[in-house]
Every structure is written in structure tokens, then in C-alpha cells.
Ligand binder design. Structure first.
Ligand code: G
Ligand code: G
Ligand code: NA
Ligand code: MN
Length: 254
């Protein structure tokens, strides 16, 4: 299709960009960033992943795009690590099911990390529950291998899938991200608040770090913090921003 040719060309012409959205403690302290892909389309302007990710997946181009994302994220991670200490410089990357389905996914990741010289201890891979519906044992082995190398894993959009608690327990997960649909609905829908409470107590029982996504108001932060949520990401603190804006916001190197 025309779109597919454009997407291929986007790789050749370097039309992709990574925007970064910061994560925070309740009082605004920095807790790293999430990398979010954008396509600077030559005639349509800046496109979000919901406009091209499905095609990237179905065409298989996600593999090359994913390599580009990881390489760029590794470069950014080096700069973040020079400016900020510890998890203030952590960088999360979204990894799709199709990417992890590659036979040589682990090797590709380790190669890019080695080539760029990035510190894997500063990288977090965000995966979704759908990944865990197929070939769980293989996914688990990949996660273990990457975790061994220092990469941490977060389960993204948590609450929207159908994860069995038994198998969550068997994975090297460190972080749960509460899906933003619950965060926005919990103020007005008691059922959503109940789900948030259940997620928080499960995360506590499993000793996982909890991040709430899509936080837009102080009232949401107050409720989530009181329940025991550790970190917050959303427009309340910052929108995803292009790299030059991120650089400008970092602690000055002394
Ligand atoms: O940035 P935005 O909220 O529009 O992202 C929409 C969706 O696209 C999210 O589900 C996000 O996880 C996904 N996404 C964003 N960047 C990447 C990326 O670099 N790789 C993959 N696989 N998914 C991404
Ligand atoms: O699926 P994933 O969680 O990776 O999706 C992240 C998406 O959520 C990005 O497209 C990002 O732009 C969007 N996002 C981040 N913070 C907020 C927020 O506070 N409100 C809304 N509506 N969207 C947000
Ligand atoms: Na994500
Ligand atoms: Mn999410």
C-alpha cells in the first residue's frame, strides 16, 4: 500500500522522532521518562502511533522501527545519565508483541546496547498484557535474559487485559502502570476506584512499583498517593516533549 511505502521511506529519510514524557513523585520530583514515538510525515505533519502503529505491526516494519527507537533511546539515555542521578535518568521504551516475537529479539537488543554504550540499568521496557497471552514461557525466558543484563520491565496499561495473577508472579516484573482509563474514571465511577484499589493492593503484595498514567489533576494525585501509588505520569506534570525541550529541563551539568 501507499502508506506502507511511506512508512518504509520514513525510516530511510529519518522522519521518526522520540518525544519524552517525564514521570514524577507526588510532590513533583523527577522519576525518569517514557519515550513515545512520533512520525514527522512530509505532508500530514506530526503523526501519533495510533495513526501508523497497526500498519507497522502488520507489515513487520515494527521490527526496524523498534530498532530505531531503541538505538535513539540508548543515545538519549547516555545524555540523561550524565545530567541526572539514578532513576531520575531512567528511560522507558514501549515494546510491542510483534517485536518480542522475533526469534533474535534479545540478541538485537543487547547488540544495540553494546553499540551505543548505553547503561542497561537505566532502561525500562514497557510491555502489555496481550504479550502474555501467547507463548508465555518464551516471553518469560526473554525477560529473564534481558533482566539479567540489567533491563527492568514494566507492565503497561494494567487493568485492561486479563492477566492471571499466577503468571504475573512468575515474571521478572518491577513496575505496574495503572491504565489511564481507570485514573480518569475513578473520580466519578466507584467501580473504577475499586479496580484501582485492587491493583494497588495487588502491586503491594507482589512488591511492585506503581505508576499511575494519564494523571491530569491534583485531586487524582491526592487519591492515588493516599492509596499507596508511588509515581505519576500525565499532562498534570508534563506532556510528551521533543528532545531539545527535555535537554533544556535537565539539571545543569557542573
Ligand atoms: O504517544 P501516544 O499516547 O499517542 O501513544 C499511543 C500508543 O503508542 C501507546 O500505546 C504507546 O504505548 C504506543 N507507542 C508509543 N511509542 C511507541 C514505540 O516507540 N514503540 C511501540 N511499540 N509502541 C509505542
Ligand atoms: O499506552 P501508553 O501508556 O504507552 O500510552 C501513552 C499515551 O498516553 C501517549 O500517547 C501519551 O501522549 C498519552 N498521555 C500521557 N499522559 C496523558 C494524560 O495525562 N492524558 C491523556 N489523555 N493522555 C496522556
Ligand atoms: Na507505555
Ligand atoms: Mn500505558
Amino acid at each position: 500500500s501507499r502508506r506502507e511505502r511511506e512508512l518504509k521511506q520514513a525510516l530511510v529519510d529519518d522522519q521518526f522522532e522520540l518525544h519524552l514524557q517525564s514521570k514524577h513523585t507526588a510532590d513533583g520530583g523527577l522519576f525518569g521518562f517514557e519515550a513515545l514515538l512520533r512520525w514527522q510525515h512530509p505532508t500530514e505533519g506530526r503523526l501519533s502511533p495510533d495513526r501508523f502503529m497497526e500498519l507497522a505491526e502488520s507489515s513487520g516494519l515494527i521490527v526496524e522501527i523498534g530498532d530505531w527507537v531503541l538505538r535513539q533511546a540508548c543515545r538519549y539515555s547516555l545524555t540523561l545519565g550524565e545530567a541526572e542521578q539514578g532513576d531520575r535518568s531512567a528511560l522507558s521504551i514501549n515494546i510491542s508483541e510483534r517485536q518480542m516475537a522475533q526469534e533474535n529479539f534479545v540478541e538485537r537488543v543487547l547488540t544495540i546496547i553494546e553499540e551505543t554504550g548505553a547503561d542497561p540499568g537505566r532502561l525500562i521496557f514497557e510491555i502489555t498484557e496481550t504479550l502474555l497471552h501467547h507463548d508465555l514461557e518464551r516471553t518469560r525466558q526473554q525477560m529473564l535474559a534481558l533482566n539479567q543484563a540489567g533491563i527492568r520491565f514494566a507492565l503497561d496499561d494494567f487493568g485492561t487485559g486479563y492477566s492471571s495473577l499466577a503468571y504475573l508472579q512468575s515474571l521478572p516484573l518491577r513496575i505496574l502502570k495503572i491504565d489511564r482509563s481507570f485514573v480518569s474514571a475513578m473520580m466519578t465511577h466507584p467501580a473504577s476506584l475499586s479496580i484501582v484499589k485492587a491493583i494497588v493492593s495487588m502491586a503491594k503484595a507482589m512488591n511492585l512499583t506503581l505508576i499511575a498514567e494519564g494523571v491530569e489533576t491534583q485531586a487524582q494525585i491526592d487519591i492515588l498517593r493516599d492509596l499507596g501509588c508511588h509515581y505519576f505520569q500525565g499532562f498534570y506534570f508534563s506532556r510528551p516533549k521533543p528532545w531539545p525541550d527535555i535537554i533544556a529541563s535537565l539539571a545543569p551539568v557542573t
